[in-house]
Ligand binder design. Structure first.
Ligand code: KG4
Ligand code: ZN
Length: 333
C-alpha cells in the first residue's frame, strides 16, 4: 500500500510516498529555517505564507521522484495536529483538495505520532511495545508506545520543550537558529564541566522542566556581560547540552526500568543530538536502544506517511470536515 504524507506543522513543507509504512519511495523536504533564522525563531505568519508558496511544488516533486501520480497511491495522510495553526491549515487543505479531486481517502495524522513512526522507517523489524522519548521544538514527552495507534503518556515537560530550550539558549549565546545543531557544534570545543547548572525537580518524577535551566544559562551570560567579563560560549553550550542530555537520558532509562520495557527509543528533532544518543546508549545496558536515521529526526513527510499507514489500517479516515488543531494530546484516540 502506498501512502502520500504531507507535513506543514512548523517550518518544513514536506511530502513523501512510503510503501506499507516502512519503505521510503520518495521524500522531499523544503525547509524555511534560513528565513526564520533572520528573526531568531519561527515567525508563524511567514511560515504559513511559505507553505502556500511551496506545497504544490513539493508534492509534485514527490510524485515525480517516485515516478507516479496521485492515481497510483492508496491514501493521503496529512499532519492535522499539533502545530502552528496557520501552517497546519495549508497542508490540511491541500490534502483535502487532493483527496476530493482524486477520490483517495484522507488520513488525519498526529505530528508526534509521526515522529515516532520515523523509527519504523529506520528499523524495519521494530514493533510496539516500546518506550520512547519524543523531544522536539514544541514537545518533550516520555510515551509508552503500546501499539501503532495506542499511546500512554508517562511524563512530559511542565514548561519549555527540550528543543525550545536549545533554541532560546542558542539565541542568547548568539549561535543562531535552529539552536540544537548550533549549540552542539559549539559544545564540541567546550568544557562541559566548566559551568555548574541546576537540576530541576518536578512532582511527577518523569516530568521535566527546562525553563529554570534555560534561565540559569541566560543569567550566567548576562551577569558576565554586566560585569564586563567574557563568557566561554563553547563551554556554556557544552555544560547546557550535557545537563539537558543527562536529564532526558536518566528519565527515559529509569522509566523503561520501572515500566518494564526492554526496547528504548528516541524521536523528534532533538533525537539528532549525539551526546543524548551516547548517554542513553551507555545507560541502557542490556536493553535495545533505537533512534531514527539522523535525516528523519526533523520534520518530514515520510514519518507522516508511515504513521498514516497504521492510522489507515486502524480506520482513522477523515472527510471534508477535517480541520487543523494547534493542540492535541498524543493519546487523543
Ligand atoms: O521535530 P522538529 O524538527 O520540529 C518540531 O516538531 O518542533 O524539532 C525541531 C527542534 C528544534 O528546537 C531544534 O533546535 C532541535 O529540534 N534540534 C536539536 C538538534 N537538531 C535539531 N536539538 C538538539 N540537538 C540537535 N542536534
Ligand atoms: Zn516535529
Amino acid at each position: 500500500m502506498l501512502v502520500l504524507g504531507i507535513e506543514s506543522s512548523c517550518d518544513e513543507t514536506a511530502a513523501s510516498i512510503v510503501k506499507d509504512g516502512r519503505e521510503i519511495i520518495s521524500n522531499i523536504v523544503y525547509s524555511q529555517a534560513e528565513e526564520h533564522g533572520l528573526y531568531g525563531g519561527v515567525v508563524p505568519e511567514i511560515a504559513s505564507r511559505r507553505h502556500i508558496d511551496a506545497v504544490s511544488e513539493v508534492v509534485q516533486k514527490c510524485f515525480d521522484e517516485a515516478n507516479c501520480t496521485v492515481n497510483d497511491i492508496d491514501a493521503i495522510a496529512c499532519t492535522f495536529a499539533p502545530g502552528l495553526i496557520g501552517a497546519l491549515l495549508v497542508g490540511v487543505n491541500f490534502a483535502k483538495g487532493l483527496s476530493f479531486a482524486s477520490g483517495k481517502p484522507i488520513v488525519p495524522t498526529h505530528h508526534i505520532r509521526g515522529h515516532i513512526a520515523a523509527l519504523y522507517l529506520t528499523h524495519k523489524d521494530l514493533k510496539p511495545p516500546f518506550i520512547c522519548l519524543v523531544a522536539s521544538g514544541g514537545h518533550s514527552h516520555i510515551v509508552a508506545v503500546e501499539d501503532y495507534t495506542k499511546f500512554r503518556i508517562i511524563g512530559r515537560t511542565i514548561d519549555d520543550a527540550a528543543g525550545e530550550a536549545f533554541d532560546k539558549v542558542s539565541r542568547t549565546l548568539g549561535l543562531g537558529y535552529p539552536g540544537g545543531p548550533a549549540v552542539s557544534k559549539a559544545a564540541l570545543s567546550g568544557d562541559k564541566t566548566k559551568y555548574k547548572l541546576p537540576t530541576p525537580h518536578t512532582e511527577n518524577k518523569y516530568d521535566v522542566s527546562f525553563s529554570g535551566l534555560k534561565t540559569a544559562v541566560i543569567n550566567i551570560f548576562n551577569i558576565n556581560n554586566m560585569k564586563g567579563e567574557e563568557t566561554d560560549i563553547n563551554s556554556l553550550a557544552a555544560s547546557f547540552e550535557e545537563k539537558i542530555s543527562q536529564i532526558l537520558s536518566d528519565n527515559l532509562v529509569n522509566a523503561a526500568e520501572e515500566f518494564g520495557f526492554d526496547t528504548l527509543a528516541i524521536a523528534g528533532g532533538v533525537a539528532a543530538n549525539r551526546r543524548l544518543r551516547q548517554l542513553i546508549e551507555e545507560k541502557a545496558k542490556g536493553k535495545r536502544f533505537v533512534c531514527p536515521d539522523i535525516s528523519l529526526c526533523g520534520d518530514n513527510g515520510a514519518m507522516i506517511a508511515a504513521q498514516g499507514y497504521y492510522e489507515y489500517l486502524d480506520g482513522n479516515i477523515g472527510d471534508v470536515n477535517l480541520n487543523g488543531m494547534a493542540n492535541l494530546n498524543i493519546d487523543y484516540r
